[in-house]
Design a protein around this ligand. Structure first.
Ligand SMILES: *Cc1c(COP(=O)(O)O)cnc(C)c1O
Length: 373
């Protein structure tokens, strides 16, 4: 008898320690079964969609789809550099910011290094560290009772967790899945404390949704701190999640290192065209922000009237804290055609993450809650 072939035994230790991505629900199957009678509030997508100019640019780019994309993404970098007040040399483009978050660990950390992140930070950070073979240091989050950022990042504890072998700190601001944030003063204090040999990666996937004045974000600090890396994406407020395009802004030497690892045509031509046009459409982004702010506060109020507490959020989702196992409620909602994100995988089984949907979707959610036995 021959042994069954199992390639897992051949994988590198770092790869063997990983688990494949768990997408949660099988959305294509649910859509096929339930049709339009479904409210998709599980993936933090922008229900207003992308700028019409982005869609038009994408359609126009179709004619040339037989050609390779611009491997440098020069037009998109120029548009971003102009908008953000940085140079094109300070920008790296990714197939979504997820790819860049992974590449940062691959380029700067290996088995000799450690990577610091927060206990309830974005799920990609521990995966990026593990895939690079580095040791992950999960710093305890702020307590549930913290008034400003319950379950959020404890920046002082994170700075204190940095060791001699630490190469990267991942911060999400605002954070997914908590929706919480830290202000610019807290970031300034962390940057002042952390040695320059440690890259501070601030993931600002939800930056465009922020409407607080004390949360300008990390970008203004890049001039002073060459070890600061700011990650952003077109997947959230720009409504281009399916196109897969994100970017980082960093010191030109950090970008040059990432460029060594980057796959030559990682961002496809349709995505480049759409993102470049999206940068130019400020009015659409403003409309998205207005809708999201209003719909989020309306939904939080309606949930509160029904006795449901949400963590404070500066994003396009809220984390509903049930205070007891949330699995039965999640099942009930699914039965009513309302898809939310279960949080057991994060160790937050008493919570559900709920994206801000269209008005009719948000109302479906409330109706489903009102239909609870
Ligand atoms: C959605 C998200 C991302 C980005 O995802 P991409 O689609 O890969 O750009 C990055 N960080 C956080 C915290 C997110 O929630």
């Amino acid at each position: 008898m021959t042994d069954a072939f199992d390639a897992a035994r051949l994988a590198t230790p770092a790869c063997a320690a990983l688990r494949a991505y768990d997408p949660g629900h099988d959305l294509p199957a649910l859509r096929a079964r339930l049709g339009t009678a479904i409210a998709e509030l599980g993936s933090n997508e922008n229900v207003l969609g992308p700028s019409p100019r982005a869609l038009a640019a994408m359609r126009a780019a179709l004619d040339d789809v037989y050609r390779y994309p611009d491997p440098r993404g020069a037009a998109l970098k120029a548009a971003l550099a102009d908008r953000l007040g940085v140079t094109a040399q300070q920008i790296a483009l990714g197939n979504g910011s997820h790819e860049l978050l992974m590449m940062l660990a691959q380029c700067f950390a290996d088995a000799a290094h450690s990577v610091v992140y927060s206990r309830y930070g974005f799920a990609v950070y521990p995966i990026a560290a593990a895939a690079a073979g580095a040791a992950g240091i999960a710093v305890p989050a702020l307590p549930r009772t913290d008034a400003r950022a319950p379950l959020g990042h404890d920046l002082a504890a994170m700075a204190a967790a940095v060791r001699a072998d630490t190469r990267l700190i991942y911060l999400a601001n605002p954070n997914n899945p908590t929706g919480t944030w830290f202000d610019d003063a807290a970031l300034a204090a962390l940057l002042a404390r952390v040695p320059r040999e440690v890259l501070v990666v601030v993931d600002e996937a939800y930056h465009e949704y922020v409407d607080l004045p004390d949360l300008a974000g990390a970008l203004p600090f890049t001039a002073q701190y060459p070890n600061l890396v700011v990650a952003r994406t077109f997947s959230k407020a720009h409504g281009l999640a399916g196109a897969r395009v994100g970017y980082v802004v960093a010191d030109a030497s950090v970008v040059a290192v990432l460029e060594r690892m980057r796959e030559s045509f990682n961002v496809n031509s349709l995505a480049l065209a759409a993102a470049t046009a999206a940068v130019a459409d400020e009015a659409h982004l403003a409309a998205v922000r207005r809708y999201n702010s209003a719909a989020r506060s309306w939904l939080v109020d309606e949930l509160a009237r029904r006795g449901y507490r949400c963590l404070p959020s500066q994003t396009n989702f809220v984390l509903l804290d049930l205070g007891r196992d949330a699995a039965p409620l999640e099942r009930h909602l699914l039965g009513e055609g309302v898809i939310v994100r279960p949080m057991g995988g994060y160790g937050l089984g008493q919570t559900l993450r709920i994206s801000i949907g269209r008005r009719d979707e948000n109302e479906r959610l409330l109706a489903a809650l009102d239909a609870l036995p």
